[in-house]
Design a protein around this ligand. Structure first.
Ligand SMILES: NC(=O)c1ccc[n+]([C@@H]2O[C@H](COP(=O)([O-])OP(=O)(O)OC[C@H]3O[C@@H](n4cnc5c(N)ncnc54)[C@H](O)[C@@H]3O)[C@@H](O)[C@H]2O)c1
Length: 344
């Protein structure tokens, strides 16, 4: 199977990356610029950070950064979407408001970003003859389905308006592929973590990773709700970037107009996660004293275990997650603690 690097080296394409000031979008942008690709990117800074763009710039250097045009704007504006898609070969659509709790308090804002923004961009991509449209879907599409591991053909009852707005993306992408001939690939990301990740509470377990790392660093006890034995499929962002770019570059027609799980394909309990973060931090800072976690009573979680079957992505896209949870944490903990003082 060819690697992302060898596929990108074949020719320079013009990419549109949305949500580039966000966590995953900034990593996709960085990988493309490192590979000498031409990129237009867009963000409205609703949750994204200018500092993420600045750190991509520092990581890739000025010659690669010169291949990038950044546009500040909102995908809810159809004219902007049209302008962004002119001359683009591949769209990698990451922009969304993911927060489940926000969608309960403000479903219209989430619908506007995730559903209206999506259909605006997809319509513009078709009008501009963009060949491939790869988009971030979500494991929230599984809702309360308790099958472990989850395969793409399973469905559950959706739990939040945000989950509905992301699932609608899959329906639109499928219909647009059939009606207008655009190639679409949806990627159901599971619990992604890594540098540049925000830690606002959004109902995901991945957001615990930066929070717990900083708590440990500052000598605080991490709060584990429940018994810590619920489990999730935590995936380092480097794996997700690899899978996303493989989806963008796949030339096997059978791989297109599909939805894939994008995850590590391994699960860890919250107790194991706590221990692994402590190990990663301890390796970097010998002598750091990390207190035991504090267990708090909690409502029973809707979903006790979540695990992705990544077999379809392996078979059809050549996806090979390169980072285990421990390796991903080793790449991440110094970034998480880099911005907070250590408490004596
Ligand atoms: N991080 C995860 O674990 C995870 C899990 C499942 C799905 N996803 C999906 O992956 C994608 C990226 O997630 P992330 O964790 O990087 O989130 P993020 O919040 O860090 O990035 C999203 C970016 O989109 C921008 N944005 C939002 N609405 C916009 C709009 N209307 N116009 C322009 N820009 C807009 C935000 O400012 C932000 O920079 C999202 O689509 C999300 O739903 C992420």
């Amino acid at each position: 199977m060819p690697t992302v690097r060898s596929l990108l080296a074949q020719r320079r394409r013009h990419w549109l990356v949305t949500g580039s000031a966000g966590f995953i979008g900034s990593h996709v942008l960085e990988a493309l610029l490192r590979a000498g690709q031409q990129v237009t990117s867009v963000d409205n800074f609703s949750t994204g950070q200018r500092s993420n763009l600045q750190s991509v710039r520092e990581a890739v250097g000025e010659p690669a950064w010169a291949l990038h045009r950044f546009v500040q704007g909102d995908l809810a504006d159809p004219e902007l979407c049209q302008e962004l898609c002119v001359g683009v070969d591949v769209v990698v659509h990451q922009a969304a408001l993911e927060a489940g709790p926000l969608s309960i308090s403000d479903p219209l804002a989430v619908h506007r970003a995730n559903a209206t923004g999506f259909v605006n961009l997809l319509t513009a991509a078709c009008a501009c003859d963009v060949r491939r449209f790869v988009y971030a879907a979500s494991s929230t599409a599984y809702g309360d389905a308790a099958s472990v591991p989850a395969t793409e053909d399973r469905a559950g009852r959706l739990q939040t308006p945000a989950a509905v707005s992301k699932y609608v993306n899959e329906l639109y992408a499928d219909v647009f592929a059939r009606c207008y001939g655009i190639e679409t690939v949806g990627l159901r990301y599971f619990e992604v973590f890594g540098p540049r990740q925000g830690d606002q509470a959004d109902g995901s377990c991945a957001r615990l990773i930066p929070r717990w790392t900083r708590d440990m660093w500052q000598g605080r006890r991490c709060v584990i709700e429940g018994d810590g034995e619920s489990s999730r499929d935590f995936c380092y962002v480097g794996n997700v970037v690899q899978g996303t770019l493989l989806a963008a570059l796949a030339d096997n027609p059978g791989a297109l107009n599909q939805v894939y799980n994008m995850a590590a394909g391994e699960r860890a309990t919250l107790n194991q996660l706590h221990a692994l973060i402590a190990q990663a931090l301890g390796r970097e800072h010998a002598g750091l004293r990390i207190p035991t976690p504090l267990y708090q009573e909690a409502e029973p979680v809707q979903l006790r275990h979540a695990l992705a079957d990544v077999g379809k992505a392996r078979r059809l896209l050549g996806y090979q997650p390169a980072y285990t949870l421990s390796q991903g944490l080793a790449e991440s903990v110094s970034w998480y603690v880099g911005r907070v003082p250590q408490v004596a």
